[in-house]
Design a protein around this ligand. Structure first.
Ligand code: ZN
Length: 399
């Protein structure tokens, strides 16, 4: 069993301890006591050094804390060694974890949103709350309240109480016996094994960055202390980058982006209208330039290897809209065929194309006026084209 030094003093980082157990690789070490926090309760593990060797992971095994080293420990079982926990990482985790307790307390007591689960990641942290949704103004207000509690610099105390008599806990503990209770003066009492700062002022600023609706819960992304400053700085740099690209002041960015977005929508509309006009113009020219065939129809044949036939559909529709016209398009990449005809030709494109494609092992179909399908190879698409041209030359194809 490891005596956990962090239970009673989260600021004690350097310590001596006796090696109690080593695995065969000598990479996993159990000590008689340790200030290293093992991953548990939503808080990530500490890092640091054992006898000068980096500690890369810390886990729990029953009552033992297991230190995972990057190189084998030469000290034998029974020897006393020196150890030190990485201070910056520990402070960061204490800021996030104490900030989380404070935030959970405010969100439940003020808004009635209890915390369902907690995640403290290497970059961001999040709380899942039993809340259907959180309005943006509520998030801003909650952020103001938690930061006000930070500035009040309330004491955060760790004590031990028997489970039977411990009263006023935010969440009843499932454990019996002696409970470790973390109290934020006047705000919160929680059974918790994590490491905490000793006053709310040490949490530093708390940034509530955004919310995300989940199934039955709402996730709040937050950062405390140095992380809050780092993220706010990063967000600011993003905003400055946008402002610089627009040659605008930061304050002018929202209005400018809104107006650019409106302009863009208007231009898109105008472009669509102009493209349709141009297409209609080109279609009329193509129709007029195509001589009548022996059956008195204008048969336009297009073969492309650079666009799918689907892209030629608007042109096909415009051409046949001019009347007395057939539009046959073949694409060799991917191999496909499109057939369109005006109603006055009496042709049934769906049937004609399906039969011609079936003859070459392809498949397709459509309405009497517009049909489309795919062929197995470029050669078979071209064979289908030849077949359809032969049918179109034959006056009996007319209904
Ligand atoms: Zn906790």
């Amino acid at each position: 069993m490891t005596d956990r030094l962090y239970y009673t003093d989260a600021n004690r980082l350097a310590f001596h301890a006796v090696v109690q157990h080593l695995d065969a690789s000598r990479l996993q070490v159990v000590l008689d006591r340790s200030a290293f926090y093992p991953t548990s309760g939503g808080q990530p593990h500490d890092t640091g050094m054992l006898a000068g060797i980096p500690v890369v992971d810390v886990t729990e095994s029953g009552d033992d804390v297991v230190h995972h080293l990057s190189a084998p420990l030469s000290a034998p079982v029974g020897e006393r060694i020196e150890a030190v926990v990485d201070a910056a990482r520990r402070l960061d985790h204490m800021q996030q974890h104490s900030g989380q307790h404070l935030l959970s307390a405010v969100l439940e007591d003020r808004y009635g949103w209890p915390t369902v689960s907690v995640h403290i990641g290497t970059d961001s942290c999040s709380l899942d709350l039993r809340a259907d949704a959180i309005a943006p103004h509520d998030l801003v207000e909650a952020e103001r309240i938690v930061n006000a509690h930070v500035f009040e610099n309330r004491a955060i105390r760790v004590g031990f109480e028997e489970a039977d008599t411990a009263a006023g806990l935010r969440k009843p503990s499932e454990r019996g016996g002696l409970l470790r209770i973390v109290t934020i003066d006047g705000l919160d009492r929680n059974a918790c094994g994590g490491t905490h700062v000793s006053r709310t002022g040490e949490i530093g600023p708390i940034l509530l960055r955004r919310t995300e609706r989940m199934r039955g819960t709402t996730r709040v992304e937050f950062r405390c202390g140095h992380r809050a400053i780092t993220r706010a700085r990063h967000d600011m740099e993003l905003l400055l980058d946008v402002a610089s690209t627009l040659s605008a002041g930061v304050e002018d960015v929202p209005a400018l982006v809104r107006s650019m977005s409106e302009d863009r929508r208007a231009l898109d509309k105008e472009l669509t209208r102009a493209t349709e006009q141009l297409l209609a113009y080109d279609a009329r020219a193509l129709h007029a330039d195509t001589p009548l065939d022996a059956n008195g129809r204008r048969v336009i044949v297009i073969t492309r290897d650079d666009v799918p036939v689907k892209a030629l559909q608007p042109m096909a529709q415009q051409v046949v809209a001019c009347g007395n016209a057939v539009y046959l398009a073949v694409s060799t990449s991917p191999p496909a065929v499109l057939l369109a005809a005006s109603a006055d030709t009496g042709l049934t494109c769906g049937t004609l194309l399906r039969e011609a494609l079936q003859a070459v092992g392809g498949r397709g179909g459509g309405t009497p006026q517009l049909a489309q399908g795919s062929a197995p190879t470029p050669e078979s698409a071209l064979a289908c084209r030849a077949q359809l041209l032969a049918v179109l030359r034959d006056a009996s194809a007319t209904a």
